[in-house]
Write a protein of this length. Structure first.
Lengths: 316, 607
């Protein structure tokens, strides 16, 4: 039998509780700091604007492209023009702000005409225009979805387990979400609608991880062999027992996601990146954040295994 | 103990076979084709047209791969895009303006699959190229227009009943009628109540004069707004049909938005032009009073008038119009481009019976005066022509001539024929994806999925041996089920959808890992093999259910609140979670049962 984790003894995860909580808190605060200090580099889906993806017949110089677009003098909003290469030196992405007095169709045609002056064979591969009103709605919808996911999960876990489990799981996983956002803010990677989808999928996915550990904790409480053990030992045993599954499962999901990151091209890049970070932190937070939180909220054996109530019978 | 009853095995077998059949059409690619249909429903596309086209192609030495008639349109398949393009030009030239000739891609689904209603997944715009628009309907303008109509109706009604009214004013939220005295007030109120039952009437009489204030109820306003969106959708359908696009998507999104998707459209500029245009026709009276015109030119436009430009090749002229709209494009039945007596390009318009009546009355009452045909686009009106009314015009035939080229006449006729928009629309989102980018997206998306899939399978087989093989087969079955389900539900596959398939496969293996780890634990604890299998599956089930339901909660939230890319992801993600539970638990168990359940003696498990 090929085994990666065959541990004779349980790893005392809970005794590292203080350390892991400190680490989490530090990364969390750092993420929040970058989120506020640098902010997310929101895609035009949120901010409104126009994006063009063009393919040159030979390697293009982004600086020169930028200069020719700036030369068009679009309402003097120079600093909002972004030009970057997309995967290959021939593919260029040009991002333009909303220009009030011309339509998007006109705008993309004007830019293309300008670009054709330097390379007659330049090909427009994608044009995307989003008006300013749509963005706000996406933000509110995104936040509503986030809230709905949290409420849904709390209710479900509250029913299946207990409120302490539900709240610990949500805190642990929101911590993942904030860290992903923090990383995107730090590197100023573009935060698009697909990245948002990935972030929300991570939320569901890492709760799933916490649930597996919680299931084990509940089972352990009921096991005869665990009766004499303290809470810490019960949790340590649950984490150790699910360890190998945790690594394998996340490993396979990560392999899928990495395949997307490496071979999926620029269109899937942000999505795969958010998931890659999310999955790594998902493991960490379910094991080392959610479980210490359970202790912090005062989980006891009695909160899981209901004491048998002595029936009160009255003689009539 | 590890045997499924026959019925259970049969169900799994049937599910697998059905899954394979309905996933199969996706294996066959698409063939370039040319689609021919009539511009109007009266133009029939039948075997005669088919015969004509076949002869035509023979003469042009283009070999078609096949042709068939369906729903009053003819589809001709070709071997390559080059032949397709050549054929399109040839057919278009030969058939003329009565037919719409469009490029199309037809799935190569074999006949026996097509008979089972098996069809490939529809590809989203990001995968096949095309144009996507999101339009916002101006709801306030829809209500404004309704008040405009109310004002017109009241004016006509009072005139009919010979009630002398003062000014009829359009307010921001209502129509105000000023009247002379109590008697006319009561009389006109009665007349309005009878002819316009949907308006609310408030009256005011006394010191400040006699007034009636007409407003529309909230319910009526909501109805007008939802009708406006519906009418705009219908109009867009007509316009898109005129463009000759195949399989367009035109849907309402939310209360006031419309999504238009035109897959495979190459000439995006023209598509944008026709769809984005919001032309409506208005007939209004011209004010000839020179004093008023010069006042308006000085920048002080008198109340109740509007200064517009009259189109003229020698330079546009300013023209003063009354703001009252006598007739709108809503009363237009048909519009055709043509020529007038002097061989000038013209648009011939046919009005419906209500429109014809209004027009006859209007012309009868205003002989000798000038009437303006105003084409309103994006809230800006331009006078196309302003002829003098020579006599009463009945029969509802109207002709617009003026300064226009043949192309202008064609475009104007198209816009008027396709119907007017009930309310102006604004493009709030627009996406154009070139066909080459779409192809690349499919390739990259699916390649990355297969690489990931291969790596996971390789690991599972090495690590869990026989149970890894069953888990991998179950994962393969999951992919088949998912693709079959997506094809049957005719979901549109987008790039985020492909990402969701990959992610779902990566997550689906979780259930099998949980099961296999449980079985190992049981084996380690010294439980006999058959019991270990049973206990492993049973113990893992609760965990699998919990974890999948939490993931599903997130998926459903995305489905409800997502739009566009997020929705495409969420649909596939949710369906994938459901199919993965079935395949990971039931299908893999059936395989394990077939392998171990029928052996007399199992000493060890290859787990």
């Amino acid at each position: 039998m090929l085994e990666m984790f065959h541990l004779k003894k349980d790893i005392p995860f809970m005794s590292y509780g203080r350390l892991t909580t400190t680490i989490s808190l530090a990364t969390f605060l750092l993420a929040v700091f970058f989120l506020f200090y640098k902010g997310l580099n929101l895609s035009i889906e949120f901010t409104g604007g126009t994006v063009l993806e063009v393919r040159y017949s030979q390697a293009a110089d982004p600086n020169q492209v930028r200069q020719s677009v700036e030369a068009l003098n679009l309402s003097g909003k120079h600093q909002e023009i972004q030009v970057q290469l997309l995967g290959s030196p021939r593919d260029v992405m040009i991002r333009l702000p909303n220009v009030s007095n011309i339509t998007s169709a006109k705008l993309s045609e004007t830019v293309m005409a300008e670009l054709r002056k330097t390379d007659a064979k330049v090909e427009s591969r994608k044009v995307e225009f989003v008006g300013p009103s749509v963005g706000e709605e996406l933000v509110t919808h995104g936040l509503t979805a986030l809230a709905l996911v949290c409420v849904g999960i709390i209710i479900y876990l509250g029913i299946r387990f207990e409120w302490r489990f539900a709240v610990s799981a949500i805190i642990a996983n929101l911590h993942d979400v904030v860290i992903i956002l923090g990383v995107f803010a730090f590197f100023q990677w573009e935060f698009s609608l697909t990245v948002l989808a990935a972030v929300l999928a991570v939320l569901g996915y890492s709760v799933n991880e916490s649930v597996v550990v919680f299931d084990r904790i509940r089972e352990n409480f009921r096991k005869a062999g665990m009766r004499g053990k303290g809470i810490n030992e019960v949790i340590d045993n649950a984490i150790t027992a699910t360890m190998s599954r945790t690594v394998i499962t996340h490993g396979s999901t990560e392999v899928m996601v990495l395949a997307m990151l490496l071979f999926g091209g620029p269109a899937l890049h942000g999505f795969a990146m958010a998931l890659t970070i999310g999955i790594v932190f998902g493991i960490y937070s379910s094991v080392l954040v959610a479980s210490p939180l359970l202790l912090l909220f005062g989980l006891t054996r009695e909160s899981m295994v209901k004491p048998v109530r002595v029936k009160e019978e009255a003689v009539v | 103990m590890n045997r499924y009853p026959l019925w259970k095995n049969l169900i799994i077998l049937i599910a697998l076979v059905a899954g394979l059949i309905y996933a199969l059409p996706n294996r066959y690619g698409e063939t370039p084709a040319v689609q021919v249909s009539g511009t109007r429903s009266s133009v029939k596309v039948d075997t005669a047209v088919m015969d004509r086209i076949e002869k035509l192609l023979q003469a042009a030495k283009i070999q078609p791969e096949g042709a068939f008639l369906e729903n009053n349109s003819l589809k001709v398949k070709f071997a390559g895009t080059e032949a397709q393009l050549k054929a399109k030009t040839a057919i278009q030239e030969a058939l003329g303006d009565d037919y719409v000739v469009a490029l199309n891609l037809l799935p190569n689904t074999p006949g026996w699959l097509a008979q089972l209603h098996a069809k490939p997944m529809a590809l989203g715009l990001d995968l096949r190229g095309g144009v996507h628009f999101l339009m916002q309907v101006d709801m306030r303008a829809a209500v404004d227009k309704a008040y405009e109509r109310v004002a017109g109706d009241v004016r006509r009604e009072l005139k009919d009943k010979k009630i002398r009214a003062g000014s009829i004013k359009r307010l921001a939220t209502g129509v105000e009628i000023q009247l002379r005295d109590e008697a006319t007030l009561a009389e006109s109120r009665k007349a309005i109540e009878r002819s316009l039952p949907t308006v609310q009437i408030a009256q005011q009489s006394g010191e400040g004069g006699y007034r009636l204030l007409l407003t529309l109820t909230d319910e009526e306003q909501r109805r007008i707004q939802s009708d406006a969106v519906k009418q705009n959708i219908a109009t867009l359908h007509n316009r898109v049909n005129e463009l000759g696009t195949t399989e367009p998507v035109i849907q309402q999104q939310g209360a006031d938005r419309i999504v238009v998707q035109l897959p495979g459209v190459q000439d995006t500029a023209r598509a944008k032009d026709i769809i984005g245009r919001t032309a409506t026709l208005e007939v209004r009276m011209v004010e000839e009073d020179a004093a008023k015109l010069s006042e308006a030119l000085a920048g002080k436009v008198p109340a109740g008038y509007e200064l517009l430009e009259e189109l003229d090749p020698r330079g546009n002229r300013p023209i003063l119009l009354k703001t009252d709209v006598e007739l709108t494009g809503e009363n237009i039945n048909d519009a055709q481009a043509g020529f007038d007596d002097q061989n000038q390009p013209a648009v011939h318009i046919g009005l419906d019976s209500a429109g014809a009546n209004i027009f006859r009355q209007l012309t009868a009452e205003n002989i000798g005066k000038r009437m303006a045909m105003v084409l309103v686009e994006k809230g800006k009106g331009q006078v196309v022509t302003a002829p003098v009314i020579r006599g009463e015009i009945g029969g509802g035939r109207v002709q617009i001539t003026g300064s226009m080229s043949t192309a202008d006449a064609n475009d104007t006729a198209l816009l008027l024929r396709a119907g007017s928009l009930a309310a102006p629309m604004e493009v709030v989102e627009e996406r154009t994806i070139g066909p080459s980018l779409g192809k690349e997206n499919i390739e990259k998306g699916f390649n990355s999925m297969f690489y990931g899939f291969g790596a996971v399978v390789l690991f599972m087989v090495i690590y869990y041996r026989m149970f890894g093989v069953t888990a991998s087969l179950a994962l393969g079955a999951n992919l088949v089920f998912l693709i079959a389900l997506l094809s049957v539900l005719s979901t549109t596959l987008t790039l985020p959808g492909i990402a969701a398939i990959a992610l779902t496969l990566g997550m689906a293996i979780d259930s099998n890992v949980l099961i296999n780890e449980r079985i190992r634990e049981e084996v380690r604890a010294g439980v006999p093999p058959q019991t270990a299998i049973k206990a492993g599956y049973e113990h893992a089930w609760a965990t699998i259910l919990d974890s999948n339901i939490t993931t599903l909660i997130a998926g459903v939230a995305l489905l409800i609140f997502g739009s566009g890319a997020v929705r495409g992801f969420a649909v596939v993600h949710c369906l994938g979670i459901i199919t993965s539970m079935f395949s990971a638990v039931v299908v893999s168990r059936a395989l394990v049962n077939l392998i171990y359940g029928y052996r007399r003696k199992v000493t060890s498990l290859a787990v």
